[in-house]
Design a protein around this ligand. Structure first.
Ligand code: MN
Ligand code: MN
Length: 349
């Protein structure tokens, strides 16, 4: 029995975290998860007032999805503009490569979000942090830059802070008693959870955000799948994007077809990450008793997929009969339309 050539599963939430005041992070770059050449990801949690410090990424844009809690981000635009936005469960953010940003948990409960980066080499341990920079810059330069004297400069951190904890911001927009997610799209925020989904009765629902709905997101797109018990996200592939998956809830079987007789089939549960390389065939089946919820990030601004059912439906019966070596009457029973999600098989059918 041959062993799998590689695994397309990484047990992210079982990995050793990086801890700091107010924050916890677990990351998966191509170093931890060798299959994930094109996309890296991070699961981060911030307590109330916990802050991921001001930083930027030289080699990746950041696409995020909030699973629970709320947080505030601030971001500097290269044209001198800026934005501050609050995020709630179901919201997505996008920060272009190189733009400086920070994130603070608004409490009262922990904020948990998934960060997805359009570069498998990306690591949260190699971000450009403002305290790392300041602590290695000559004090006289800092004094000149900040308008402080040298004693004051001496109070700055002596190394990278990464996580900091302080009071939760108190201006009125952050202490709204309703905690209702803002319904409108902002420059850096897209309320994916509020979107009317594509529905296949008995199969599942899909919400997708691309550059068409969220114009700043010029290098990435994302999708949220909820698949019913026994339901299948059918066999398909993406011609122009790698796919990075975070299993939020439930249990799945996910299989990656790599050509040359190689298919890798693995089981996934909440907290696991999956990866389907650009062009590789794959499916996701809900094998648990409850709903399966999967967050998917793509390193492409648009969502494009080729469904096996669509391909079969668009070929003449005699072509299919010859290709598959089956009688024409069997070929005629093949799908007549694209399915996307396929409900659990009815017993006896
Ligand atoms: Mn970041
Ligand atoms: Mn896919």
């Amino acid at each position: 029995m041959s062993s799998h050539p590689r695994s397309f599963r990484y047990r992210l939430e079982q990995a050793e975290p990086r801890l700091g005041p107010g924050g916890i992070t677990r990351g998966a770059s191509v170093r931890e998860f060798p299959a994930s050449i094109g996309i890296a990801g991070v699961s981060m949690r911030l307590e109330a007032g916990g802050m991921r410090e001001m930083h930027w990424h030289a080699n990746a844009a950041e696409w995020a999805y909030v699973i629970s809690g709320s947080c505030r981000t601030t971001i500097l635009h290269p044209d001198g503009g800026s934005a501050a936005d609050d995020f709630y469960p179901g919201d997505v953010w996008y920060f272009p490569r190189g733009w400086g940003h920070c994130i603070q948990g608004l409490g009262p409960e922990e904020c948990h979000f998934i960060l997805i980066f359009d570069n498998g080499d990306f690591s949260e341990d190699h971000t450009f942090s403002v305290t790392d920079w300041m602590s290695r810059t000559p004090p006289s330069i800092l004094a000149q830059s900040l308008g402080w004297n040298l004693d004051e400069v001496g109070k700055l951190p002596k190394g990278e802070v990464y996580f900091a904890r302080g009071p939760v911001v108190t201006d009125s927009s952050a202490v709204s008693t309703t905690r209702k997610a803002p319904a409108l799209v902002a420059t850096h925020r897209y309320p994916l959870g509020a979107q009317e989904p594509r529905r296949v009765p008995g199969g599942g629902i899909q919400r997708t955000v691309t550059v068409d709905e969220f114009p700043i997101s010029t290098t990435m797109a994302g999708s949220l799948l909820e698949i019913e018990p026994g339901g299948l996200r059918e066999l398909h592939w993406h011609p122009g994007a790698d796919e990075w998956q975070y299993y939020i809830e439930g249990a799945a079987e996910m299989s990656v077809f790599l050509a040359q007789g190689t298919v890798v089939t693995e089981r996934f549960e909440a907290g696991d990450v999956g990866y389907a390389p650009m062009g590789a065939g794959h499916y996701i089946k809900n094998i648990g008793p409850g709903s399966l919820k999967v967050l998917i990030g793509f390193n492409s601004p648009r969502y494009e997929s080729n469904e096996l059912s669509a391909w079969l439906a668009t070929n003449p019966t005699d072509i299919l009969a010859t290709n598959l070596g089956v009688p024409a009457e069997l070929a005629r029973k093949l799908p007549k339309e694209s399915h996307f999600f396929i409900p659990a098989a009815v017993p006896g059918s």
